[in-house]
Design a protein around this ligand. Structure first.
Ligand code: PMP
Length: 409
């Protein structure tokens, strides 16, 4: 992430002070970078669902039915009533139930994060973020002038019991904690029940909001669901939940939702009205009708089976081609494996490996792009969801070639 582009601007431009904090996203930039490349590249970089996982035929038939003048005009800022109804009805049967007066439909999860930060953060506020984290989320906090405190994770998620000491060392009180509790991006870790409960306690001690970003919770393919913050502390105004259809239906739809205390609803709506009036209406009708037809459950069941198979296939390829060179996580759901280089390979910079990998035809996200302070130069994130097992094997083979080239330098 960089703000080098500022140096190219004419010095007299009357930029806002916050322009300095608009750091951009290495993750998102990889989409246009890869699109500009002409050779074959195995894509482990973006957290994109598999093409085969998008119910395109069904969307086509639904589009025929729902597209009309009614879906071509402005919609309610809260969201299309059909989608709000269908969504709340669907969630009633999950580990993350909600009420209609809590939900606002957003342009994907990113807009939910933007709304959370816009509503709660002032310049200079301290925000606890996981290390590593989804840096698009931490960049959103930065864009509102927040100061970030990176806090370590282990296989049970954010080490919540370490937070009091970490926070005390800053001499400040956090205003927000940004957490991805299920199959964390990028580590794959899931926050344990005890830590969820402790985090709720700390949030109340600090009067800090928990920005609960959970795009992957419905994609658990092993183990048992854990209760969401909202189920653990029903009606808690300090829990602001951000959700999206990007990983379970299709990211190009740009449809997500926030689930927040009803007293925040009007503020969320007012903030969204100053951004984009309403979320893309035809996309909302596509999603609403898909749910109304009762298709979401079987769709998710299919995704879970396939993504479990893909995770295992990637782990198998890693054992085959990268044995001894990396350690890897073993997530119970979601999209990502987090690899740490070991032994001889530990001296390789994954930033350099990224360039070599691209030349060899494989793309991933280097560790430093997933930490606000640029940590984890010995680690990288792989998305196992996008590619078939055969293609994944080819990609891991190419990654091995890239590592060998770096080792020979
Ligand atoms: N949060 C996390 C943890 C994510 O992984 C993503 C997508 N990569 C988002 C938010 C953003 O979701 P959307 O594409 O719906 O804006």
């Amino acid at each position: 992430m960089s703000t080098d582009h500022l140096a190219t601007l004419a010095p007299a431009l009357p930029l806002a002070a916050r322009a300095e904090h608009l750091v951009g996203s290495v993750i998102d930039s990889s989409t246009s970078l890869l699109a500009s490349m002409k050779h074959d590249i195995v894509r482990f970089a973006m957290g994109s669902p598999a093409d085969e996982a998008v119910p395109l035929e069904e969307f086509r038939s639904i589009a025929d039915e729902v597209l009309g003048y009614g879906s071509m005009t402005y919609g309610a800022t809260e969201g299309e009533p059909e989608l709000l109804d269908a969504l709340v009805g669907y969630l009633a049967g999950t580990a993350d139930p909600t009420d209609p007066e809590r939900v606002t439909i957003t342009a994907g999860g990113m807009q939910g994060l933007d709304l959370a930060c816009k509503i709660f953060l002032d310049p200079g506020d301290l925000v606890v973020v996981e290390s590593p984290t989804y840096t698009n989320g931490s960049a959103t906090a930065l864009s509102y002038g927040a100061q970030l405190l990176e806090a370590p994770l282990d296989e049970n998620g954010l080490i919540v019991e370490a937070l009091p000491e970490l926070v005390a060392a800053t001499g400040r009180t956090p205003k927000a904690v940004y957490t991805i509790p299920n199959f964390q991006n990028p580590s794959g870790a899931t926050l344990s029940l005890e830590r969820r409960e402790l985090l709720l306690e700390l949030a109340h001690q600090w009067n800090a909001v928990i920005i609960d970003d959970d795009p992957y919770g419905l994609l658990r393919f092993e183990g048992e669901d854990l209760p969401s913050f909202q189920s653990l502390s029903p009606g808690d105004p300090l829990v602001f939940s951000v959700r999206t259809f990007s990983k379970i239906l299709a990211p190009g739809l740009r449809v997500g939702w926030v689930d927040a205390h009803p007293s925040l609803r009007q503020l969320v709506v007012n903030a969204k009205q100053a951004m984009d009036t309403c979320t893309n209406v035809p996309a909302q009708h596509l999603v609403a009708e898909f749910i109304r037809r009762g298709r979401l459950d079987s769709h998710l069941a299919g995704l879970r089976t396939e993504y479990r198979r893909r995770k295992q296939a990637m782990q198998e390829s890693i054992r085959r081609h990268l044995g001894g060179l990396v350690t890897t996580t073993d997530p119970e759901g979601g999209f990502f494996l987090w690899l740490t280089l070991r032994g001889d390979a530990a001296r390789i910079s994954t930033r350099r490996l990224f360039e070599t990998g691209l030349a060899e035809g494989v793309a991933f996200i280097p560790g430093p792009a997933l930490s606000a302070e640029g940590r984890f130069d010995d680690a990288l994130r792989l998305c196992f969801a996008t590619s078939t097992p055969e293609r994944t094997d080819e990609g891991i083979r190419r990654l091995r070639r890239a590592i060998d080239i770096e080792l020979a330098k």
